[in-house]
Every structure is written in C-alpha cells, then in structure tokens.
Design a protein around this ligand. Sequence first.
Ligand code: SAH
Length: 266
Amino acid sequence: MNKSNVWLVGAGPGDAGLITIKGLLCIQCADVIVHDRLVNPELIAQAPEHCEIINVGKEHDYHPIPQEEINQILLKYALAGKRVVRLKGGDPYVFGRGGEEAEVLAQHGIQFEIVPGISSSIGGLAYAGIPVTHRDYASGFHVVTGHTAQGSEQQNWEVLAQLEGTLIILMGMSRLEEICRQLIRYGKSPATPAAVIMYASHPKQDRVIGTLKTLPAKAEEKKLHAPALIVVGDVVNLSETLSFTPDSITSDELFSQLKNSTGGAI
Ligand code: SAH
C-alpha cells in the first residue's frame, strides 16, 4: 500500500463476494474500519485482529452519528497515522455522502484513495433479474434520489417523467406513493412496469413487481421498506425470466479460495 491514510471503499450492495479485490485488501490491512449499517458483517470479519471497528451506521431518516462527527472520526485517526478504511455500501460516490467525506480529507491535506464498488443502483437490479439496460427495452438509465437534502429543491418529476430508459430511485421508499403519482401526473403511463427491490443481494432480498399504478399498494401489502430500490421501465418485465439464485458458496469459502489461488497474497 502507498502512503494514503484513508481509503473510501465501496463494499458493494450486500453479497460479500461483490467487493473488489482491492477493497478486500484494504480491509485486510486496516488499523481502523469506519463502516455503514448496510455493510455485510462477513466483510468486516476479514479485518486483522488489531483493527478497531467503528459502526457509524445510518438508517433512512435516522442518523445516529451526524455526518460532521463521521468526518471528525476519519480525520482523527488519519492524523494519528492510522490506516483508515471508510467502508460504504455500494459505491462510495453514489449518494451516501462519500464526496463530502473526500472533500474534508482533501481540505485537511490527508492522502486518500477511492476504491469504487458495485452500486446497488446497477448490481442490485441485476440480483432481482433486471438488467439496467437492454437493447430492446432501454437504451439508457437514470439514477436519482427520492430524498433530497433538506431545504434543497425537490426532484423535478416533470422532467424525469419525460425521460426514456430505466429510472432508478434510491432512498425513495417513504415517498413511493407520491413518486408514482407524480410520474403518472407528468405523462408516464400508469401501466409502466415498476418494481421495488428490498435488500438487494442480501439473503433477505425481497421484491414486488407491478406498474406505476399498482406498485405502492403491492409494496405496502408485502411490507417492503428501506433499504430498497424503486425501478421504473420496461426492463422490469424481464425480472421473472432473468431472476437467479446466487450460488450457495459462502463468502468465507470464496475468500479462502481467493487466498489459495493468490498464494496467500490476499
Ligand atoms: N452508495 C450506495 C447508495 C447509498 S444511498 C450504492 O451505491 O448503492 C442508500 C440507498 O441506497 C438506500 O436507501 C437504498 O435506496 C439503496 N440501497 C443500497 N443498498 C441497497 C440494497 N442492498 N438493496 C436495496 N437498496 C439499496
């Protein structure tokens, strides 16, 4: 490893095997891991024994540790010369305030690196049998938040309703009904295929498939809640055909196989 003090590492959407090799290496070399709630515990278990583990888990609408405090934790350990791994769900720069954390580090002259991860907004859909693009159904995709920062502008649903392709909404569950209503109001057909995927790629993954009109009631009936992805577009129709059950190989096996195949380098 080089002289970086902090690595902002994407842990992937849930399935521990979806972390990158570099991300796993960072965990295995960490003195301190500062992680979010959604990060798979199997990944944290890969940390060395001396490593300090700090859970700054955040839930939707519920921030046990304010962002400012998280920034201070990163600074404190980095300035003390520790190897700090900031382990974040999905990709560190797709929502989740990774950009702000990196800015703070940069402002304080701390060497940092970004280790990108598989975002739930793409990989999470795949685990529910939904390809984010498809030659026949979607020539592009848009990833937006349903939950904008306090005091900032709301999403422009009028514009979003006009876009072709797949629309993926993160952090939108508390406004699911409103989001579907707005998209219909501004011109999307009520029959547009739509889905909610909860805990994508986790063992407790669940989903509902419907249309913009039927989705809110169906999601409520099944009691789906955050963390979940809302997906709107024709690719949703492929979900039945393209769903799969991930191989039962556990992450432990996966990681030890990886160790053997690299002669213990990992
Ligand atoms: N950086 C993350 C997103 C952080 S914002 C990424 O790239 O995936 C947190 C939101 O992401 C959640 O509210 C939810 O909408 C979505 N999310 C993250 N992981 C998820 C998962 N495994 N299943 C469903 N939604 C998920």
